[in-house]
Design a protein around this ligand. Structure first.
Ligand code: HEM
Length: 321
């Protein structure tokens, strides 16, 4: 069992403590800053090339790939196996299956017939994911790397004294990738849409960046100085619920609430989202294709485990540095 679907108790507490220490403390988040910077620099270069060619880019897809690279690097290291097994596509399929409408939830007797083919699809997906993770973990066992899987393998005894078995490592790995990928991508897409739709917001964001960052790349330690950027991201979170369904929870006993289960990855998510958004609006103006006006932008949401845009956002970058 991973963290998200484990009930409150000693096992959950020790897993949560372990993940907090290994992934979410300020020093751990900072230790991966250079890897995020490298991936982002490469990304901006590819957008500069698209701008020089006056290309329209599918920015939704591009930021999805960028986020995948950031999280996969952090959890699995730069392993070629991710591409070999199409790990990103498998996780996307998993996220789709979590949010999909299942007729059997409403008409239980249809369960035996698997009309939508969901049972078969879930089984095949489970087998593929399991094979991919098994191979990746084996590779890490043979050659230690500077990533989360290697840490889990080294520190296999959790604070409770229990051994973290292979299934536990697989479940935590999937938990982290799933928790990062769609939430951060959906938030980034909506947050980028706000300045594209409202030129006044774009102008304020760019002026703040020009005043504070000037002509250089935005660094993670610049983020606390960017107050307007912070407001844009917070307002986006208020307007678009990127994790609308939450995770089912029930109280196990009568209690007086003095705390609640919260997302341990929010700090990491906000750093990654703000850094990418800041860089995108600092380096580029964004033009809608075919003379489309911002009012014509399609704002429809897609029903899923998160609420991303229904249609991918396609825009033309114009380099402005
Ligand atoms: C914008 C980005 C994000 C949003 C909106 C978000 C939102 C949430 C929400 C609403 C929960 C459920 C809390 C509950 O009621 O139990 C949750 C749990 C969780 N999130 Fe996030 N999250 C984000 C990013 C991340 C990232 C980047 C990670 C890790 C890489 C992460 C890891 C987790 C984990 C492990 C849980 C389960 C915690 C537990 O059950 O103790 N999240 N998140």
């Amino acid at each position: 069992m991973g963290i998200a679907f484990t009930e409150y108790g000693p096992y959950w507490r020790s897993l949560r403590k372990f993940c907090n220490q290994q992934l979410f403390t300020t020093s751990k988040i900072e230790s991966f800053a250079s890897s995020r910077k490298n991936v982002l620099t490469y990304f901006i270069e590819s957008l500069k090339e698209a701008a020089a060619e006056k290309e329209v880019v599918n920015i939704s897809k591009k930021v999805g790939n960028l986020n995948a690279e950031i999280i996969l690097n952090k959890i699995l290291g730069p392993v070629k196996k991710c591409k070999e097994f199409n790990l990103k596509e498998l996780i996307e399929e998993l996220l789709y299956m979590v949010g999909v409408f299942n007729l059997v939830d409403f008409v239980p007797f249809l369960g035996a017939f698997d009309i939508q083919g969901l049972k078969a699809r879930t089984r095949i997906l489970g087998e593929k994911l399991d094979k991919a993770l098994k191979t990746i973990i084996n590779d890490h066992q043979q050659q230690k790397q500077d990533d989360f899987i290697s840490t889990m393998l080294t520190e296999q005894i959790n604070p409770n004294g229990d051994i973290m078995d292979r299934n536990c490592i697989k479940a935590i790995t999937v938990d982290m990738i799933v928790a990062f990928l769609d939430t951060s991508t959906a938030l980034l897409e909506w947050a980028l849409l706000a300045p594209i739709k409202h030129p006044r917001v774009m102008s304020k964001l760019q002026k703040e960046l020009e005043r504070i960052i000037r002509k250089k790349m935005v660094e993670e330690n610049d983020l606390p100085k960017l107050e307007y950027l912070d407001m844009v991201v917070k307002e986006t979170l208020r307007l678009y619920l990127v994790a609308p369904m939450l995770i089912p929870r029930e109280s196990m006993e009568d209690i007086v609430i003095d705390g609640r289960r919260v997302c341990p990855g929010r700090k990491l998510a906000l750093i990654a989202v703000k850094l990418i958004l800041a860089q995108l609006v600092h380096c580029f103006d964004w033009e809608l294709p075919g003379g489309m006006s911002p009012n014509e932008l399609d704002m429809t949401e897609k029903f899923s485990s998160t609420f991303p845009r229904k249609n991918n956002l396609c825009v033309k970058p114009i380099y402005r540095m």
